[in-house]
Design a binder for this molecule. Structure first.
Ligand code: PHE
Length: 338
């Protein structure tokens, strides 16, 4: 019987080495320790032993059982830690895998241009001021010396609202608001939206302007030219030429329109500039005394200049967009280029 037990012990220890899973381990356990297991069977035969043999064989059998139980435990623990390791490996996050990048938003190209314009004038000492987009006829027209029969008031150009209100057709009403709330000297720019009933390759019903206003004692037209030429060279490059053409605005006198040398052909003449070599970018002039009177400034004591430019137009020159309306179609394929 001892020999049988010994054989079982070697057998089991040998088989334990081959075990690769808890299922196999359990099967092995049942084969030997189960109700009809091999070890159990041998133990059942104890009864037939003599009185003298029984304690010796009994102790031996217990030793075998203890050895095997311990060996089973060890294998079980080893299997469990192996399994855990495997699980950790399987579930580990692979930090070398490239992640998914979030799609970053950016400023709209028109806003990028607007901010560049603002930066240039800020460096020249202009302060940024804003005003309402829903205006009264008084601020949008009357105070700007634009009489009731002026064509700019035409229903075809202006979005009229109820109660004498309208969507401002330019940023100039903020000139009036700024002068009403501050005493001279004044050096401001007004970035913002303006609205006109207009829709073609170079016009959208909503567009952006940057207004400028400088008021002080002894302000001259040549200072206006100096500021604008400096702006144009910073915006479009040092080689940029600028010319002033006489023009008319109700709120400036004298008035001018300013052109820059074409950014595409450098003034030689091409399709972009209609073969003239020049591109119009802004309107400007010396503040009309009538405007000063409207805000209770004394036109005998102070002078000033004002200018206004269309931001889409400048963005157009910068980015060479053939149709201004594409700015507002919100096609991401277009917008993502900037
Ligand atoms: N407000 C004018 C326009 O929208 C531009 C301008 C502003 C002209 C200031 C002169 C002075 O066309």
């Amino acid at each position: 019987m001892k020999a049988e037990l010994e054989a079982i012990q070697t057998e089991v220890l040998e088989q334990l080495k081959q075990i690769a899973s808890s299922d196999e381990l359990e099967t092995l356990r049942i084969t030997y320790f189960g109700r009809n297991g091999k070890l159990t069977d041998v133990m059942k035969g104890m009864g037939s032993l003599s009185k003298e043999e029984r304690p010796i064989v009994g102790k031996f059998a217990n030793d075998v059982r203890a050895t095997l139980t311990e060996a089973f435990e060890k294998t079980k623990t080893a299997l469990e830690s192996q399994q855990q390791e495997q699980q950790l490996k399987d579930e580990a996050i692979d930090i070398t895998l490239p992640g998914r990048k979030p799609a970053y938003g950016k400023a709209h190209p028109v806003i990028q241009t607007l901010e560049r314009i603002e930066t240039i004038f800020t460096r020249m000492g202009f302060q940024t001021v804003t005003g309402p987009e829903v205006e009264t006829e008084h601020y949008n027209f009357d105070a700007l010396n634009t009489p009731i029969d002026h064509p700019a008031r035409d229903l075809h150009d202006t979005f009229y609202l109820t109660d004498g209100q309208l969507l401002r057709t330019h940023t100039s009403p903020v000139q009036i608001r700024a002068m009403e709330s501050q005493k001279p000297p004044l050096r401001i720019i007004v970035p913002g939206k303006a609205y006109r009933v207009d829709y073609d390759v170079s016009h959208t019903p909503m567009f952006h302007q940057v207004e400028g206003l400088l008021v002080d004692k002894h302000v001259t037209f040549s200072e206006l030219k100096g500021v604008l030429v400096s702006f144009a060279r910073q915006m479009f490059g040092d080689q940029t030429q600028m010319r002033f053409r006489p023009h008319f605005f109700p709120f400036t006198e004298p008035s001018a329109e300013a052109d820059i040398s074409c950014t595409v052909c450098q003034g030689k003449g091409c399709r972009s500039c209609g073969h003239t070599g020049w591109i119009e970018i802004l309107g400007a002039g010396a503040v009309d005394p009538e405007v000063f009177k409207a805000v209770n400034y004394d036109p005998e004591k102070i002078t000033g200049f004002a200018f206004g430019m269309g931001v889409e137009r400048i963005a157009n020159l910068q980015f060479r967009i053939p149709d201004i309306r594409t700015f507002y179609e919100n096609d991401l394929r277009f917008l993502q280029q900037f």
